[in-house]
Design a binder for this molecule. Structure first.
Ligand code: KE4
Length: 427
């Protein structure tokens, strides 16, 4: 019998390219029919066939409180009653700007936008406008949204300029983008040695979460900080995913590095379309209407989205919030590792705050190349077997997973019991 998910997917492909509004949702990497969600509550989601899942995607990171947290819903409803948008300053935007500047010391001024892509695109333009330089450095496997200049794959040699990783991006747009290997200290030093004075910015995910999860090796982030300072380049921490996910001070607080600009998204919008970029006042002052770098947005600072973000940021500041989140996430990764080991399955996992990585390989990957050596087929088998058991992980071997404050012992136990069952019959 055709499931409702299948019926909906069939139909949606007639009206929406690939049947989805964002490619990763189409299950192309794992195969099978994507799930159409109907409802979410806490750590659970229900699909169009009314099947229940424990959700470890959380809309790719925003839902750190879980689905439909009552405080967030109430705040959104209250804000909506007063109007959905004004296209003019509101007090709530000032409140969240002050809060972000207080919670993230490197942010002296901040501008709100509607998506992570807008935040990184604007930060790159701002860094170029501030320095008067064009070249930027990014790292293979890091994703910063779909801005043309950042849709780049590594050039043939380590230091050749990037080539577009998407159709429709003119060669010229990526010609100034150098793509290096994440955690490759010598590569970074070589690039600065060759182009240092021409580099406008380095943009990096301080904990990479878009090639599965890869943590920065000791010395990597400090080296980026030192080299950017030495050559007058702007260090941009793309914390759209790690911001308020890995700790209250974000990844920059965890690793003790002060970037020049930070991009934020996901958690700060609490599930509504909101992101931000901010940092050193002297750089931010280059933005219109003060300075020559143009950036704008009809719904930037949208009051309903800000209300969801404020409600979320208030709750993540509660004492012990991140300790509990990290403990739950660690319970999950340690439990999965033990279950796999017990059944002789080659598998490892790690957690950083409320995000985690699962890998079908012997040891934790430290680079894009090592992530690519994971057994993708094994992951896909695991993904579907767990889905069958009512556990929803990210539908790609190359994505990080997320735990919310709503996940408790019951959900972790259910997940580990399901994994035990799956690994027990692992061929
Ligand atoms: P959005 O434009 O999707 O709001 O944000 C882009 C972005 C920027 N920077 C980082 C570090 C990000 O992780 C993202 C978006 N993350 C993906 C998940 N891998 C969003 C999911 C999707 O593309 O549908």
């Amino acid at each position: 019998m055709t499931s409702r998910n299948q019926q909906l997917f069939e139909l949606s492909q007639q009206y929406i390219p690939g049947g989805v509004n964002s490619p990763v949702r189409a299950f192309k990497s794992v195969g099978g029919t994507p799930i159409f969600f109907r409802r979410g509550k806490g750590p659970y989601v229900w699909d169009a066939d009314d099947k229940t899942y424990i959700d470890y995607v959380g809309s790719w990171g925003p839902l750190i409180l879980g689905h439909a947290h009552p405080d967030v819903i109430k705040a959104v409803q209250a804000a909506a009653q007063n109007g959905l948008t004004f296209g003019a300053p509101t007090e709530a935007e000032l409140e969240i700007a002050e809060l972000l500047c207080r919670l993230v010391p490197s942010i002296e001024q901040v501008r709100l936008v509607s998506s992570g892509t807008e935040a990184t695109m604007s930060a790159i333009r701002l860094a170029r406008g501030y320095t008067g330089r064009n070249r930027i450095i990014k790292f293979e496997g890091c994703y910063h949204g779909h801005d043309d200049a950042l849709l780049v794959k590594a050039g043939s040699g380590a230091l050749t300029f990037g080539h577009p990783s998407s159709a429709g991006v003119p060669e010229g747009t990526t010609a100034s983008t150098v793509v290096l290997d994440y955690n490759d200290l010598s590569g970074v030093k070589q690039a600065f040695g060759q182009f240092g004075e021409e580099i406008a910015a380095v943009i990096v995910e301080p904990v990479a979460g878009n090639m599965n999860l890869v943590t920065p090796q000791t010395g990597f982030l400090p080296a980026l900080r030192e080299l950017c300072t030495q050559y007058g380049s702007v260090l941009i921490f793309d914390e759209v995913m790690t911001g308020f996910r890995v700790g209250q001070g974000c990844a920059q607080g965890l690793y003790g590095i002060k970037p020049d600009l930070t991009t934020l998204g996901k958690v700060i919008g609490g599930g509504m379309p909101m992101a931000a970029f901010g940092g050193r006042r002297d750089i931010m002052q280059c933005l219109a209407p003060l300075g020559p770098v143009y950036q704008a947005g009809t719904l930037s600072g949208n009051p309903v989205a800000v209300a969801a973000g404020l409600a979320t940021l208030r709750l993540v500041q509660m004492p012990g919030f991140y300790e509990k989140l990290a403990a739950t996430t660690g319970q999950l990764t340690e439990g999965l590792t033990l279950a796999a080991k017990k059944h002789g399955v080659i598998f490892c996992a790690q957690a950083v705050g409320g995000m985690f990585g699962l890998y079908f390989r012997e040891n934790l990957p430290a680079s894009y190349t090592e992530v690519m050596s994971c057994d993708k087929e094994a992951f896909n088998r695991f993904f579907h077997a767990m889905l069958e058991e009512g556990v929803y992980f990210a539908p790609s071997a190359f994505e990080a997973g997320f735990v919310s404050a709503a996940h408790g012992d019951a959900e972790i136990s259910k997940t580990l019991a399901a994994a035990e069952k799956v690994f027990d019959t692992w061929k």
